[in-house]
Design a protein around this ligand. Structure first.
Ligand SMILES: N[C@@H](CCC(=O)N[C@@H](CS)C(=O)NCC(=O)O)C(=O)O
Length: 245
């Protein structure tokens, strides 16, 4: 199986989490926005319409959404299920609700990246040699505009949606009075714990991020305001996130 993913992106993190939880074998292929489009279209046969990462491909079968990948991985996996019986609707609901956190923080992170020459230079694909990075950073700016267009937001207006992000985080906080959202570890915790990476990146030992990118993305005011959620996220990663061997 081929797994196209963006290592630092919440949607990719949550799908990969389930594949790795079940120790499912796959070939990881890093997806670079804009640049990897042709490769993913070719591999998946999705010639038209929007393509996104993560996408899992097994022969002619394609799972083009993190939730579908998670369901499939959980169905074929042999470790403890992350979709306990009777909780699928609640999990689906958390998937939708935490999508809002990810979507809103994507706006902020796109704007923050555009304002940081160092983060732009570091965002270029690994094959770009170090001395060429700073001069070529405008290519990364084009990539940021591409993301904003594709996901229909105006990066210049991102800050105005931060109260919406605070409300979504507060809703999560109000429902998190114990260790797990649904009483035991499930995909609901996976999607929630994966949600903060675009304003409070998780420790490098779990998901590596270059320093200039990490610095630009780290939003201290939100981290302080929602320190309880971040602590919870860190404990969930510590207990349940297994880096693929
Ligand atoms: N509904 C999708 C959303 C995935 C998504 O938004 N992926 C973004 C992450 S930033 C992506 O692929 N961005 C790069 C691109 O669109 O080229 C899922 O849950 O898998």
């Amino acid at each position: 199986m081929k797994f196209f993913y963006i290592p630092y992106s919440p949607w990719s993190i949550q799908a990969k989490w389930v594949l790795d939880h079940h120790q499912i074998a796959y070939k990881p292929i890093e997806f670079v926005p804009m640049i990897s489009n042709a490769q993913l279209r070719l591999a998946s046969g999705q010639w038209f319409g929007k393509i996104t990462a993560p996408t899992l491909i097994d022969g002619s079968q394609v799972w083009a959404d993190s939730y579908d990948i998670a369901r499939h991985a959980d169905a074929i996996g042999s470790h403890d299920t992350l979709f306990p019986e009777g909780q699928t609707n609640a999990i689906h609901d958390w998937n939708e609700r935490t999508h809002e956190i990810k979507d809103l923080s994507r706006r902020w992170v796109t704007a923050a990246t555009m304002q940081s020459p160092d983060a732009l230079a570091a965002s270029l694909p690994p094959l770009v040699p170090r001395p060429a990075r700073k001069p070529l950073r405008h290519v990364a700016t084009v990539g940021c505009h591409y993301i904003a267009r594709k996901y229909e937001f105006d990066a210049a207006e991102a800050e105005r949606t931060m109260d919406q992000l605070r409300s979504a985080l507060t809703y999560l906080r109000d429902n998190l009075d114990k260790d797990y959202l649904l009483g035991q570890f499930s995909y609901a915790d996976v999607v929630a714990a994966s949600s903060f990476n675009l304003f409070a990146p998780v420790d490098n030992k779990h998901i590596r991020l270059l320093d200039p990118i990490r610095n630009a993305w780290t939003r201290e005011d939100l981290i302080e305001e929602f320190s309880d959620l971040i602590e919870w996220r860190d404990s969930i990663f510590e207990k349940h996130y297994k880096v693929r061997a």
